[in-house]
Design a protein around this ligand. Structure first.
Ligand SMILES: Cc1cc2nc3c(=O)[nH]c(=O)nc-3n(C[C@H](O)[C@H](O)[C@H](O)COP(=O)(O)OP(=O)(O)OC[C@H]3O[C@@H](n4cnc5c(N)ncnc54)[C@H](O)[C@@H]3O)c2cc1C
Length: 458
């Protein structure tokens, strides 16, 4: 195989086929590639991880319900046998759209067509202290950090004779009452209800408190008030303390400061209060819309840039009906990936797109512990056990790979019978202080990048 690597270019096979470079192996990127993998194009997929992750079940890894391996799939395995497919594990740092190049930490890559599918990151709304001292729930590393953090704090609570510290160690604060926060709170509450007394008989049940804090006046505010009320009742029954109309202003690793100047002592805070689109440097500011997303047209082409497309969480298809674009959901990314695959192939073959993207809304759902969920499809709403069965079935069949589906299914069956969570292991201890330093470094780097950009534009 002929390989091309002039100086700093990434080593890649030489090909006469049009080169399609995809950044991001999430739902959007993977589904886009599935559409074009057997077509006459050279595909280069770049991702900073060598795996694709199933984000909807991250919370189950965080609360020791599933092993991480069961919700991630190696990217290379997904595309075995396709000669036109090339994966390079790298982080894209910049898009040089005037020269049709992406700059990565391992060199640059030239493209004929570029698809940005970089997803989103936690949004801390400029609350730097919270960003330093909390953990988000955005990828598998976050899940493992949360798992270790929860278990470590319980271990520390058993050791200390200082009741004030014991209280802070056993207070678990989740900020954000959207689906991720609700699901996490439900799972943590069940951990407390069914396992705390068995694993930590030294800790009376009252020691562990779970707080779910939401700035809006109801939980799940992307769903109907009926679903919100159901979630509220189920979580209250599970003994979760829910604070609505309450914004979190600050957190230093010890004290949570609320908007009304009330404080709460807690040694852990999990942030699920929002996400924003993420993309590498080099994109003109006028293309970036609210929520840090890239403005795309009905064919997912990034406004004003030649041969550059964006799909999934990072893309905003803004219209009169949808002033903020489509919701940041897996089905949007999947459907956009599929449609863009067809459109790019049609463009290469016939010089025109096949059809504009139209989102088929399949509804929304969230689970609140075992046996309870809320499901909304169109105007139909369902809650309780049947909704939970629907939630479980949809999620089980959406997981990538037969083996993963089987492992998750068996795990769920065992847990349905006896509530056992087999993975209560601190394999990779989480050091919040080290995390703080790492995050401070990242912030410093971000600040330097920003000032470099400002300097450049001056
Ligand atoms: C906790 C949680 C629960 C969720 N639950 C649901 C749910 O129940 N139902 C639902 O529909 N949606 C859910 N979502 C939302 C859903 O997961 C996202 O909408 C979906 O993943 C978006 O897909 P994407 O392809 O745009 O991005 P992602 O799936 O996030 O993929 C982005 C990819 O880009 C890579 N990447 C990013 N930057 C770079 C870079 N600079 N260089 C190289 N690679 C890069 C990342 O490593 C990643 O692989 C949930 C999300 C979270 C976080």
């Amino acid at each position: 195989m002929d390989l091309h690597n002039p100086k700093s270019g990434v080593c890649l096979p030489i090909s006469d086929l049009p080169r399609v470079v995809v950044i991001g192996a999430g739902f959007g990127g993977i589904n886009f590639i599935k559409k074009i993998r057997n077509k006459p194009v050279q595909i280069i997929l770049i991702d900073k991880n060598n795996f694709h992750q199933f984000q909807p079940l991250l919370y189950q890894v965080a609360i020791a319900g599933l092993e991480p391996d069961s919700i991630v799939t190696p990217i290379r395995k997904l595309f075995h046998g396709y000669n036109n497919f090339n994966f390079r594990m790298a982080e894209v740092i910049e898009i040089d759209h005037s020269n049709n190049k992406v700059i990565t930490n391992i060199g640059w890559v030239q493209y004929d067509y570029l698809v940005i599918a970089t997803g989103s990151v936690s949004n801390y709304y400029g609350l730097d202290n919270i960003e330093h001292s909390s953990v988000g729930l955005k990828d598998i590393r976050d899940s493992l950090d949360i798992r270790s953090w929860v278990l470590q704090n319980l271990e520390k609570a058993v050791i200390t004779c200082d009741d004030i510290e014991k209280d802070a160690l056993t207070n678990f604060v989740i900020v954000g009452g959207g689906p991720a926060g609700v699901e996490l709170a439900g799972a943590l509450a069940e951990f407390k209800k069914y396992l705390l007394h068995k694993d930590y008989p030294e800790l009376a049940k009252d020691w562990m408190r779970i707080y779910l804090i939401e700035a809006a006046d109801r939980l799940l505010n992307v769903m109907s008030p009926k679903s919100s009320n159901h979630a509220l009742k189920v979580l209250q029954k599970l003994d979760v303390t829910i604070l609505l109309n309450t914004a979190v202003k600050d957190y230093d690793g010890h004290t949570v400061l609320l908007a009304d100047s009330e404080t709460l002592k807690a040694r852990s805070l999990i942030w699920t209060a929002g996400v924003k689109g993420y993309f590498p440097k080099g994109i003109p500011d006028n293309i970036v819309v609210r929520g840090s997303r890239l403005k795309v047209d009905e064919y997912n082409k990034v406004q004003g840039l030649d041969n550059v497309y964006a799909i999934g969480d990072v893309a905003a298809q803004v219209s009169e009906d949808l002033p903020r674009g489509h919701p940041l959901l897996a089905p949007v990314a999947i459907q956009q990936g599929d449609q863009l695959g067809e459109n790019i192939m049609s463009l290469i073959k016939d010089g025109k797109y096949k059809k504009p993207f139209i989102y088929k809304d399949k509804g929304s759902m969230a689970t609140i512990g075992k046996n309870s969920a809320v499901v909304e499809v169109g105007k139909k709403q369902l809650s309780g056990w049947l909704a939970w069965v629907m939630w479980s079935t949809v999620h089980l069949f959406s997981i990538t790979g037969f083996k993963n589906r089987l492992i998750v299914g068996v795990n769920w069956m065992i847990r349905y019978i006896n509530y056992e969570k087999a993975n209560r292991l601190i394999i990779r201890p989480f050091e919040p202080d080290e995390n703080v330093l790492e995050k401070q470094d990242n912030l410093k780097r971000k600040a330097m990048d920003n000032s470099a950009l400002v300097a450049k534009s001056c």
